[in-house]
Structure formats: C-alpha cells, structure tokens
Design a protein around this ligand. Sequence first.
Ligand SMILES: Cc1cc2nc3c(=O)[nH]c(=O)nc-3n(C[C@H](O)[C@H](O)[C@H](O)COP(=O)(O)O)c2cc1C
Length: 403
Amino acid sequence: MMSLLTGRRILLGVTGGIAAYKAVYLTREIVRAGGEVRVLMSAAAKKFVAPLTFSTLTGHPVLDEMFPDPAPVDPVHLLPGQWGDIFVIAPATADFIGKVANGLANDIPSAAAMAFRGPILLAPAMNPRMWNNSAVQDNVARLRLRGLHFIGPERGDMGGVHEQAGIGRMSEPAAIFDRIEELLYPDKCWMNRRVVVTAGATCEPFDPVRFISNRSSGKMGDAVARQARLMGAEVFLIRTNSAIGEPPSGVEIIKVDTAAEMADAVKALFPTADLLIMVAAVADWRAKTASAGKIKKHTGILTLELEPTEDILLWAGKNRQEQVIVGFALETDDHIVNARRKLEDKNVDIIALNDPTSADSVFGGDSIRLTILKTYCEPLELPAMSKREAAARLLSEAYGYLK
Ligand SMILES: Cc1cc2nc3c(=O)[nH]c(=O)nc-3n(C[C@H](O)[C@H](O)[C@H](O)COP(=O)(O)O)c2cc1C
C-alpha cells in the first residue's frame, strides 16, 4: 500500500541508549513503507546494536566513523547531514541532546545535527532521573526554541531490569513513524483547529455479559483522526473499546462503550470544536432495561424490548454555531435518496455515503468507496481508495465549509 513515506529520504541517527533496539523496528517500518533510510551511529550506539543490522535493513552502509582509516578517496560522501528530507534521532541520549544544544559536533550524529537544514525530530530516551535533571530540561527547552521537534519521552517501564518507572521511555516506533509522516505532510490547512472524530461500533448491553453491536471496525474513524492530525489539527478521537487495532498516536483519545457515553463525550467537546466528523457506527437501539444479572439460558424464545438511542448527529445539527459537521451514512438501499434526506434533516454540511455491499468497501477492510453529498451539489462519487486517502479528500471538502 502506498504510504506517505514512499520515496521519502529519512536520515536516522542512533545514539547510545538501550532503546537503540527500537530504532531497528523503526527502520524496518520505514523501509517497508517504501522510504529510504540512511543510518548514522554514535560510538556508544554500537555497543547496543551492531551497524550490520541497520546496513542489512537499509541496504546502505552505516556512517559511524568521523575519521575512518584509511580515509576515503572522496570524503564528501562522509559529510553527514547533507542528505534527507528529515533527520530523526532515535533514541536521543542526554549526552546527544546536550551536545546539540551547545553546538558541539565531535561525532557523526552531532555533526549531522549541526549541518542538517530540514526538520529535525528527537525521540529522547533515558532514565527518569536523567530526564528530570535540570541540565537536560534546559537543553531540551533551548532546542525547542530553535525549532527542533520532540516526541516523548513517555511514562512507563524502562528497558533494563534495574530501572525504575517514570518519564523517560522512548516513544514506540509506530508513534515516531506517525510523527515523521506528520512533519513531512505538506498541507496543514487544519492547523490551530480542533477536530472531533468518532470511531468504532458502540456496544449496548442487555445483561452484564451480552450486548448488541454492529460490524464497524473503527478503521475509517482512525484514518480520519490520523489524517486530521497530519493536516495540523488538534484531534479528539472518541473511540469505542470495540474498535480494532492500535489507535493513532498524537491525538487525544476518549474511550467509550455505549451510544449514551459517546453522546456525552461529543456534547462535551462540540462547543469548542471547529469540525465534527461522526464516523462511528452508533447503535440505533438499545435494550430498554438491561438485566442486572446474566439472563439464564431459556429453551424458548427470548424477547428483548429495544428503545431508540439518542441521535447524536441530529443533536449536533441543532446545537451548532460555527462548527462544520460531517456525517457518515451507511445505506444498503436507495443510497442517494436516503443520504440526501439525512443531510437535510440533520442540518449537516457533508454526508459521506458508504455502501458496505460494494466489493471495495467491506467492513474492516483498508479501502473504501465513498460518495460525498453536499447541499446544492451533485453527488461526488469517489473511486475506491485507501481509507487514508478518502479521509484526506473528506477533510479537504470539509475545509471549504470553515467560517
Ligand atoms: C546499559 C546502559 C544504558 C544506557 N542507557 C542510556 C539511555 O537510555 N539514555 C541515555 O541518555 N544514556 C544512556 N546511557 C549512557 C550513554 O550511553 C552515555 O552517556 C554515552 O556517552 C552516550 O553517547 P552518545 O550520546 O554519543 O551516544 C546508558 C549507558 C549504559 C551503560
């Protein structure tokens, strides 16, 4: 599948911390996505991971010696920091951060940081006591002021058995990968805007162990949230616990189970939002009364009385001020007529119509075929595309409605 990193050039600096092994996974993910990676290593980094691992994964030799013996005929090839769309340092040690903050360039990664002209992203990793040391904090603050980007560190277990938990753990490779995509993504039209996205299928319990739900995987909602983040937005993702896979990084996640919980979360965030995209498959009905105990297995028929859940999109359409609202419609019959009715009845700007019976739009898949409906416009039938590309189209369409 085409990724945003396909054909992009990533210069990766690895410095000497236990998290260096995670840089191997990061390299593998970027290469798998079609990106080109060149690795620079500090002397300490080579104590943790062998350069051979990186050169095998990337297909290029690792740059690790400032003064190799014998000196190469063409030393220009050794000049670090002259290649790449982005320079990522993962892990970035306290020592490396200190060197760059003070303009030192006595090894390959630090010299590259001095010479590099594109965006620089650091993923610090260190013992929490080191991270909290005011010298490290001062250095980080100075680098931030100079426009260098940081991801993490996170709170959690450190690599070693003797390490205490706290803030210092390097962000996971998947999160660093997402951040690289974000920094390289050119269109930031949602910058300084707040976007609320819902994702997944709600679950409506009728006893403590059973519920009514639907087949939505949450993948499209996740793709919209991730894409809104790439386009610069501050993103709030209201995501059901049943949604599959890892949620996107860099977005605030609000976990919910039921339609009522989702309604509460939307109502809390909507007043300050610029855009609401309701991708979640919210149950239309729930049990009128949920049994407190597990319903005993009957030999006969069990009849459940269902009542409608709150229509969150309708609520949003009634309570909107300047917010742009996008709804999703999943129709199996009379698609366009029903979706257009939804657009008008609910007072929303865009309805993205999804036909799950089409071969390109199956539940849980990575591609989708959407038809976009807007008031006074002919339906726009998009071809089948990845959920991420569809999310980008939708966010561009929604941008046209911003006040
Ligand atoms: C087992 C071990 C683990 C280490 N882990 C880290 C670490 O996670 N973060 C860090 O900043 N330094 C860590 N250090 C210390 C660095 O390796 C040391 O400061 C080194 O000089 C860093 O060099 P570099 O920044 O050129 O890679 C560790 C040292 C050892 C022996």
